[in-house]
Design a protein around this ligand. Sequence first.
Ligand SMILES: NC(=O)c1ccc[n+]([C@@H]2O[C@H](COP(=O)([O-])OP(=O)(O)OC[C@H]3O[C@@H](n4cnc5c(N)ncnc54)[C@H](O)[C@@H]3O)[C@@H](O)[C@H]2O)c1
Length: 248
Amino acid sequence: MPHFSSRFAGKTVVVTGAGSGIGRATAERLAAEGARVVASDIDPARLDAVELGAAGVKVAGDITQAAVVASVFDACEGRLDGLANVAGVMDGFLPIAEVDDETWDRVLAVNLTAVMRCTRAAVRLMEPAGAGAIVQVASEAGLRGSAGGVSYTAAKHAVIGLGRSAAFACKGTGVRVNVVAPGGVITGIDATPRSEKGFQSVMTVLMAAAPGLADAGDIAAAITWLLSDEAKNVSGAVLASDGGWSSI
Ligand SMILES: NC(=O)c1ccc[n+]([C@@H]2O[C@H](COP(=O)([O-])OP(=O)(O)OC[C@H]3O[C@@H](n4cnc5c(N)ncnc54)[C@H](O)[C@@H]3O)[C@@H](O)[C@H]2O)c1
Protein backbone atom coordinates (compact mmCIF):
# COMPACT_ATOMS: atom_id res chain seq x y z
CA MET A 1 0.00 0.00 0.00
CA PRO A 2 1.69 3.27 -1.02
CA HIS A 3 2.14 5.96 1.57
CA PHE A 4 0.40 9.17 0.54
CA SER A 5 1.20 12.58 1.98
CA SER A 6 -1.23 15.42 2.57
CA ARG A 7 0.11 17.57 -0.30
CA PHE A 8 -3.40 18.66 -1.26
CA ALA A 9 -4.97 19.31 2.16
CA GLY A 10 -7.32 22.29 1.92
CA LYS A 11 -7.11 22.40 -1.88
CA THR A 12 -9.87 22.06 -4.46
CA VAL A 13 -8.96 20.24 -7.66
CA VAL A 14 -11.09 19.51 -10.75
CA VAL A 15 -10.45 16.25 -12.62
CA THR A 16 -12.19 15.55 -15.94
CA GLY A 17 -12.55 11.98 -17.15
CA ALA A 18 -12.47 10.92 -13.51
CA GLY A 19 -14.63 7.83 -14.01
CA SER A 20 -11.95 5.53 -15.40
CA GLY A 21 -8.28 4.89 -16.04
CA ILE A 22 -5.86 7.79 -15.59
CA GLY A 23 -8.56 10.24 -14.46
CA ARG A 24 -9.87 7.91 -11.79
CA ALA A 25 -6.37 7.13 -10.49
CA THR A 26 -5.62 10.87 -10.38
CA ALA A 27 -8.88 11.79 -8.64
CA GLU A 28 -8.54 9.06 -6.03
CA ARG A 29 -4.90 9.90 -5.34
CA LEU A 30 -5.71 13.61 -4.96
CA ALA A 31 -8.54 12.75 -2.54
CA ALA A 32 -6.23 10.41 -0.60
CA GLU A 33 -3.77 13.30 -0.29
CA GLY A 34 -6.39 15.62 1.17
CA ALA A 35 -7.96 17.40 -1.81
CA ARG A 36 -11.60 18.27 -2.24
CA VAL A 37 -11.98 16.76 -5.70
CA VAL A 38 -14.60 17.93 -8.19
CA ALA A 39 -14.84 14.92 -10.49
CA SER A 40 -16.36 15.11 -13.97
CA ASP A 41 -17.26 12.27 -16.32
CA ILE A 42 -19.79 11.62 -19.06
CA ASP A 43 -20.65 8.21 -17.52
CA PRO A 44 -22.59 8.51 -14.23
CA ALA A 45 -22.19 4.82 -13.33
CA ARG A 46 -18.40 5.06 -13.60
CA LEU A 47 -18.41 8.25 -11.55
CA ASP A 48 -20.49 6.57 -8.81
CA ALA A 49 -17.71 4.04 -8.22
CA VAL A 50 -14.95 6.62 -7.74
CA GLU A 51 -13.80 7.01 -4.12
CA LEU A 52 -13.40 10.67 -3.24
CA GLY A 53 -14.26 10.72 0.47
CA ALA A 54 -16.95 12.90 2.04
CA ALA A 55 -15.66 16.18 0.56
CA GLY A 56 -15.73 15.05 -3.07
CA VAL A 57 -18.22 16.32 -5.62
CA LYS A 58 -19.31 14.41 -8.74
CA VAL A 59 -20.65 16.14 -11.84
CA ALA A 60 -21.93 13.80 -14.55
CA GLY A 61 -22.20 15.18 -18.07
CA ASP A 62 -20.54 15.61 -21.43
CA ILE A 63 -17.61 18.01 -20.97
CA THR A 64 -18.02 19.23 -24.58
CA GLN A 65 -21.24 20.97 -23.44
CA ALA A 66 -20.65 24.50 -22.17
CA ALA A 67 -23.37 24.05 -19.51
CA VAL A 68 -21.52 21.03 -18.09
CA VAL A 69 -18.25 22.98 -17.94
CA ALA A 70 -20.14 25.73 -16.07
CA SER A 71 -21.57 23.19 -13.57
CA VAL A 72 -18.13 21.71 -12.93
CA PHE A 73 -16.54 25.08 -12.16
CA ASP A 74 -19.60 26.30 -10.18
CA ALA A 75 -19.03 23.30 -7.92
CA CYS A 76 -15.65 24.79 -6.97
CA GLU A 77 -17.51 27.53 -5.06
CA GLY A 78 -15.01 30.21 -6.04
CA ARG A 79 -11.86 28.35 -4.96
CA LEU A 80 -9.76 26.34 -7.40
CA ASP A 81 -6.19 25.20 -6.81
CA GLY A 82 -5.78 22.60 -9.54
CA LEU A 83 -7.22 21.23 -12.77
CA ALA A 84 -6.36 17.95 -14.46
CA ASN A 85 -7.78 17.78 -18.00
CA VAL A 86 -7.84 14.01 -18.45
CA ALA A 87 -11.07 13.21 -20.36
CA GLY A 88 -10.28 11.93 -23.82
CA VAL A 89 -11.40 9.56 -26.56
CA MET A 90 -9.56 7.69 -29.32
CA ASP A 91 -10.31 7.85 -33.05
CA GLY A 92 -10.36 4.25 -34.29
CA PHE A 93 -6.89 4.78 -35.83
CA LEU A 94 -8.51 6.41 -38.90
CA PRO A 95 -5.74 7.84 -41.14
CA ILE A 96 -6.17 11.00 -43.24
CA ALA A 97 -7.61 9.26 -46.33
CA GLU A 98 -10.28 7.49 -44.28
CA VAL A 99 -11.30 9.94 -41.57
CA ASP A 100 -14.95 11.08 -41.55
CA ASP A 101 -16.04 14.52 -40.41
CA GLU A 102 -18.05 13.14 -37.48
CA THR A 103 -15.01 11.40 -35.97
CA TRP A 104 -12.81 14.46 -36.51
CA ASP A 105 -15.36 16.81 -34.92
CA ARG A 106 -16.01 14.58 -31.89
CA VAL A 107 -12.35 13.83 -31.16
CA LEU A 108 -11.39 17.51 -31.48
CA ALA A 109 -14.38 18.54 -29.33
CA VAL A 110 -13.48 16.21 -26.44
CA ASN A 111 -9.69 16.17 -26.68
CA LEU A 112 -9.09 19.84 -27.53
CA THR A 113 -12.03 22.28 -27.36
CA ALA A 114 -13.26 21.01 -23.99
CA VAL A 115 -9.68 21.23 -22.67
CA MET A 116 -9.50 24.87 -23.81
CA ARG A 117 -12.84 25.71 -22.17
CA CYS A 118 -11.91 24.05 -18.87
CA THR A 119 -8.48 25.68 -18.90
CA ARG A 120 -10.04 29.09 -19.58
CA ALA A 121 -12.54 28.65 -16.74
CA ALA A 122 -9.75 27.56 -14.38
CA VAL A 123 -7.42 30.43 -15.28
CA ARG A 124 -10.23 32.92 -14.68
CA LEU A 125 -10.62 31.57 -11.13
CA MET A 126 -6.91 31.10 -10.44
CA GLU A 127 -5.39 34.33 -11.75
CA PRO A 128 -7.25 36.64 -9.35
CA ALA A 129 -6.15 34.36 -6.49
CA GLY A 130 -2.54 34.48 -7.74
CA ALA A 131 -2.05 30.70 -7.60
CA GLY A 132 -3.03 27.48 -9.31
CA ALA A 133 -1.77 24.57 -11.36
CA ILE A 134 -3.21 23.00 -14.50
CA VAL A 135 -2.18 19.75 -16.19
CA GLN A 136 -3.23 18.70 -19.69
CA VAL A 137 -3.05 15.04 -20.61
CA ALA A 138 -1.67 14.68 -24.13
CA SER A 139 -0.18 11.44 -25.41
CA GLU A 140 2.74 9.95 -27.26
CA ALA A 141 0.48 10.86 -30.22
CA GLY A 142 1.17 14.50 -29.35
CA LEU A 143 4.89 13.94 -29.94
CA ARG A 144 4.92 11.89 -33.14
CA GLY A 145 2.78 10.99 -36.15
CA SER A 146 2.81 7.23 -35.62
CA ALA A 147 0.83 6.68 -32.41
CA GLY A 148 -2.83 7.15 -33.45
CA GLY A 149 -5.17 8.21 -36.23
CA VAL A 150 -5.14 11.71 -37.71
CA SER A 151 -7.84 13.18 -35.42
CA TYR A 152 -6.28 11.92 -32.19
CA THR A 153 -2.78 12.89 -33.29
CA ALA A 154 -3.84 16.40 -34.35
CA ALA A 155 -5.78 16.97 -31.12
CA LYS A 156 -2.94 15.75 -28.91
CA HIS A 157 -0.35 17.90 -30.73
CA ALA A 158 -2.71 20.85 -30.29
CA VAL A 159 -3.17 20.18 -26.58
CA ILE A 160 0.59 20.53 -26.16
CA GLY A 161 0.44 23.89 -27.97
CA LEU A 162 -2.51 24.93 -25.82
CA GLY A 163 -0.58 24.05 -22.68
CA ARG A 164 2.52 25.96 -23.76
CA SER A 165 0.54 29.02 -24.85
CA ALA A 166 -1.41 29.07 -21.58
CA ALA A 167 1.81 28.70 -19.57
CA PHE A 168 3.29 31.65 -21.45
CA ALA A 169 0.16 33.76 -20.96
CA CYS A 170 0.05 32.97 -17.22
CA LYS A 171 3.78 33.63 -16.64
CA GLY A 172 4.21 35.77 -13.52
CA THR A 173 0.62 35.31 -12.31
CA GLY A 174 1.25 32.37 -9.98
CA VAL A 175 -0.63 30.02 -12.32
CA ARG A 176 1.32 27.13 -13.85
CA VAL A 177 0.31 25.02 -16.86
CA ASN A 178 2.04 21.77 -17.83
CA VAL A 179 1.43 18.75 -20.05
CA VAL A 180 1.85 15.03 -19.37
CA ALA A 181 2.35 12.79 -22.40
CA PRO A 182 1.68 9.15 -21.52
CA GLY A 183 2.81 6.22 -23.63
CA GLY A 184 0.64 3.09 -23.54
CA VAL A 185 -1.37 2.68 -20.33
CA ILE A 186 -3.74 -0.08 -19.16
CA THR A 187 -7.13 1.67 -18.86
CA GLY A 188 -10.69 1.33 -20.08
CA ILE A 189 -10.17 3.48 -23.17
CA ASP A 190 -11.96 2.27 -26.31
CA ALA A 191 -9.11 1.50 -28.73
CA THR A 192 -11.23 -0.48 -31.21
CA PRO A 193 -9.68 -0.05 -34.67
CA ARG A 194 -11.93 1.25 -37.46
CA SER A 195 -9.19 1.17 -40.09
CA GLU A 196 -7.20 -1.99 -40.73
CA LYS A 197 -4.51 0.02 -42.55
CA GLY A 198 -4.32 2.73 -39.87
CA PHE A 199 -4.21 0.20 -37.04
CA GLN A 200 -1.53 -1.96 -38.67
CA SER A 201 0.69 1.08 -39.42
CA VAL A 202 0.55 2.23 -35.79
CA MET A 203 1.02 -1.30 -34.43
CA THR A 204 4.10 -1.91 -36.61
CA VAL A 205 5.85 1.13 -35.10
CA LEU A 206 4.52 0.45 -31.63
CA MET A 207 5.67 -3.18 -31.50
CA ALA A 208 9.13 -2.14 -32.70
CA ALA A 209 9.63 0.93 -30.51
CA ALA A 210 7.28 1.15 -27.53
CA PRO A 211 8.10 -0.27 -24.12
CA GLY A 212 5.43 -2.15 -22.13
CA LEU A 213 2.19 -0.71 -20.82
CA ALA A 214 2.14 1.44 -17.69
CA ASP A 215 -0.46 1.48 -14.90
CA ALA A 216 -2.83 4.43 -14.58
CA GLY A 217 -1.21 5.11 -11.19
CA ASP A 218 2.13 5.78 -12.89
CA ILE A 219 0.54 8.60 -14.88
CA ALA A 220 -1.40 9.87 -11.84
CA ALA A 221 1.94 10.18 -10.03
CA ALA A 222 3.26 12.53 -12.74
CA ILE A 223 0.02 14.54 -12.90
CA THR A 224 -0.24 15.00 -9.14
CA TRP A 225 3.40 16.01 -8.86
CA LEU A 226 2.88 18.75 -11.46
CA LEU A 227 -0.28 19.86 -9.61
CA SER A 228 1.55 19.99 -6.28
CA ASP A 229 3.61 22.83 -4.83
CA GLU A 230 6.70 20.62 -5.21
CA ALA A 231 6.58 21.58 -8.91
CA LYS A 232 6.29 25.31 -8.19
CA ASN A 233 9.20 26.12 -10.53
CA VAL A 234 7.78 24.11 -13.44
CA SER A 235 5.49 25.63 -16.08
CA GLY A 236 5.23 25.07 -19.84
CA ALA A 237 6.83 21.62 -19.54
CA VAL A 238 5.87 18.52 -21.48
CA LEU A 239 6.57 15.54 -19.24
CA ALA A 240 6.60 12.22 -21.07
CA SER A 241 5.67 9.26 -18.90
CA ASP A 242 6.31 6.52 -21.41
CA GLY A 243 9.13 4.26 -20.22
CA GLY A 244 11.53 6.07 -22.55
CA TRP A 245 9.56 5.69 -25.79
CA SER A 246 9.91 9.38 -26.66
CA SER A 247 13.70 9.11 -26.38
CA ILE A 248 13.76 7.06 -29.60
N1 LIG B 1 -4.64 4.63 -22.20
C1 LIG B 1 -3.59 5.04 -22.91
O1 LIG B 1 -2.78 4.22 -23.39
C2 LIG B 1 -3.34 6.52 -23.11
C3 LIG B 1 -2.12 6.90 -23.68
C4 LIG B 1 -1.86 8.25 -23.88
C5 LIG B 1 -2.80 9.19 -23.51
N2 LIG B 1 -3.99 8.79 -22.96
C6 LIG B 1 -4.93 9.85 -22.61
O2 LIG B 1 -5.25 9.76 -21.25
C7 LIG B 1 -6.55 10.31 -21.03
C8 LIG B 1 -7.37 9.35 -20.20
O3 LIG B 1 -7.55 8.17 -20.95
P1 LIG B 1 -7.72 6.72 -20.30
O4 LIG B 1 -6.82 5.81 -21.06
O5 LIG B 1 -7.63 6.78 -18.83
O6 LIG B 1 -9.21 6.39 -20.81
P2 LIG B 1 -10.52 5.87 -20.07
O7 LIG B 1 -11.50 5.63 -21.17
O8 LIG B 1 -10.21 4.74 -19.16
O9 LIG B 1 -10.97 7.15 -19.23
C9 LIG B 1 -11.40 8.32 -19.86
C10 LIG B 1 -12.65 8.82 -19.16
O10 LIG B 1 -13.07 10.02 -19.83
C11 LIG B 1 -14.48 9.99 -19.90
N3 LIG B 1 -14.95 10.83 -21.00
C12 LIG B 1 -14.85 10.57 -22.33
N4 LIG B 1 -15.46 11.53 -23.03
C13 LIG B 1 -15.96 12.41 -22.13
C14 LIG B 1 -16.71 13.60 -22.26
N5 LIG B 1 -17.10 14.06 -23.44
N6 LIG B 1 -17.07 14.26 -21.12
C15 LIG B 1 -16.69 13.79 -19.91
N7 LIG B 1 -16.00 12.66 -19.74
C16 LIG B 1 -15.63 11.98 -20.84
C17 LIG B 1 -14.84 8.53 -20.12
O11 LIG B 1 -16.19 8.25 -19.74
C18 LIG B 1 -13.81 7.83 -19.24
O12 LIG B 1 -14.33 7.56 -17.93
C19 LIG B 1 -7.12 10.61 -22.41
O13 LIG B 1 -6.98 11.98 -22.69
C20 LIG B 1 -6.25 9.78 -23.34
O14 LIG B 1 -6.19 10.32 -24.63
C21 LIG B 1 -4.28 7.49 -22.75
